[in-house]
Design a protein around this ligand. Sequence first.
Ligand code: ATP
Length: 351
Amino acid sequence: MSDQTIIRFENVTKQYDNDPAVLNDVSFEIERGKFYTLLGPSGCGKTTILRLIAGFISPSKGNIYFNNKKVNEVPANKRQVNTVFQDYALFPHLNVFENVAFGLRIKKLKSEMINQKVIEALKFVNLEGYEKREIKEMSGGQRQRVAIARAIVNEPELILLDEPLSALDLKLRTEMQYELRELQRNLGITFIFVTHDQEEALAMSDEIFVLNNGKIEQSGTPNDIYDEPINRFVADFIGESNIVEGVMVEDYVVRFTGKTFDCVDGGLNPNETVEIVIRPEDLEITSPNVGKLKVKVDSQLFRGVHYEISCYDEDGNEWLVHSTKKAIVGSEIGLNFEPEDIHVMRLGETE
Ligand code: ATP
């Protein structure tokens, strides 16, 4: 554990009543000042992790540490944590200023101090001048910012954000992704952000935890997770992938689709059965007699920045290609890729 560790989960299991565990023996560390994302499909346990960190619920087994102190039974109001909920949970009968000031009034701070802190928090989220506005007069994006101002005004060590962008339209959502990321960098407070949107996770995070069925499948930087998915679930969940079965021949040589290719993965057993991932954008279209793979074009969609081309090889494997070049449906083409574009995964591997 480093000095920078703020939260540590040690073999945490959570069961609601007598139902099967929704979190199963989960261990991880959260460091100070970083932007973390919990990413996974609906029901995988993301919100349960946030609620455990916030102190709304306690673990059934295992321990949770906050700054190296065990906090399993410490209630939410005694933790240096603030949560921004999906629906923002703002008070509709209070104006912007009073929504942000709420927690400070409970702490009975002097009104001068409250004034100063609220104005500063609103400045941070670009809402200076909106103090007197009613919540119902604010747009979705502005409400979002009020909710964030209310979280940062208490100067917590940690801010938890539970799908805070899901109610926004795509344009505003992208804008807010930039803003939130920027805000986190400027504040230097640890953010733990929940989403089921993989692009959002890749764009915003320092570290991503990919969750499935109450377990962490893989954790790492967006590049680690995207470039070196540890298993089929992660490869499928993060971006589109072509996944085929293969066999390791020796270090840096792998066999799939009946051919042998150089790759950059070593340390596996010769003859070990593996799964191969190649990203659609790493496949380059060429003529069939030059390409490493020979395929037939089955269908093609124009996606604005690229064509999404679906092809099949002789064994019936589908290969999805993202290409700025157009292909002819029904024609034979070749596909090329580099050794580093081949990602080798062990079967059934988890962290
Ligand atoms: P979503 O993306 O849909 O919000 P999630 O990954 O955040 O999902 P959780 O809300 O953590 O998932 O829920 C995990 C599992 O725990 C689900 O199967 C859910 O039905 C169950 N669950 C959550 N809260 C309770 C509760 N209070 N009592 C019983 N079961 C619960």
